[in-house]
Design a protein. Sequence first.
Length: 278
Amino acid sequence: MVKFSITIDSFTKIESLENTIKGLVELGINNIELSGDPSNFYSKKFFELFNTFSVSVLGVTGKWTSSKGMISPILLTSDPHILSYSKNYVKECIKLCNFFGGSIFNICLLSDYNLKIDWNHEIIPNKEKKKLLKKSENILSELTNFSKDFGVYLLLEPLNRYSTPFCCNTADAIFVTSNLNNDYFSILLDTYHMNIEEMDFSDSIIKSKNFLKHIHFADSNRKMPGLGHINFNSILKTLRKIQYNNYIGLEPIVDRNYKVEISQGLNFLNKLCNKYKI
């Protein structure tokens, strides 16, 4: 039977974590992915809160874009100070994940601002892209060996070209992951980003099957599945085909009336999961 988790970053912007946990449990969701904000979440009071409501932390979702009080971590950088900050951020998130008993943390390869990026968001030629991605291997190897000591898997998540031109699709993620060749380094696919970058959802999922450890579901409008135009019928059919048996992570952007939309999305997904016996 399918297991759902949900990222909570969007919820924490509109209400307290305690109210979010209560609301999610009422909806039947007991597995969460914490926001990658170690300074705010590294606390025993949250540990006790999760225990009170029988909520499990599957992992931590990194803040790979700049947000209030935080700068964006950039691993593809030529600046040693930015690189040091970024690696330390990843390590602190790994420790946060381990503290709550989680096992996954997503890695995104954002690029240095002083690199020659095509700000028109055109695709970078593969030769140039792969040259830079190869340079990331030593950094990723160091971080993966660190995460292994904490029992945490690093999952490379390709973002769409409006976030980074260097690791923006499944093929890029497979290139990096296969070269790194470490059991603790795998792939996380996200349907919202795939909708922008992939020509065929099913083909991309099948090609990544040997590395696919986790998947995030959000529709084309970044709401719950079923509220946009992505073909989740085909996606779930393909997940069944490759015998995917890990969690499906829900990553919607929500507002204060989220219970209605999450309930709709869960009903939509459960019907498809029952159809394909996932």
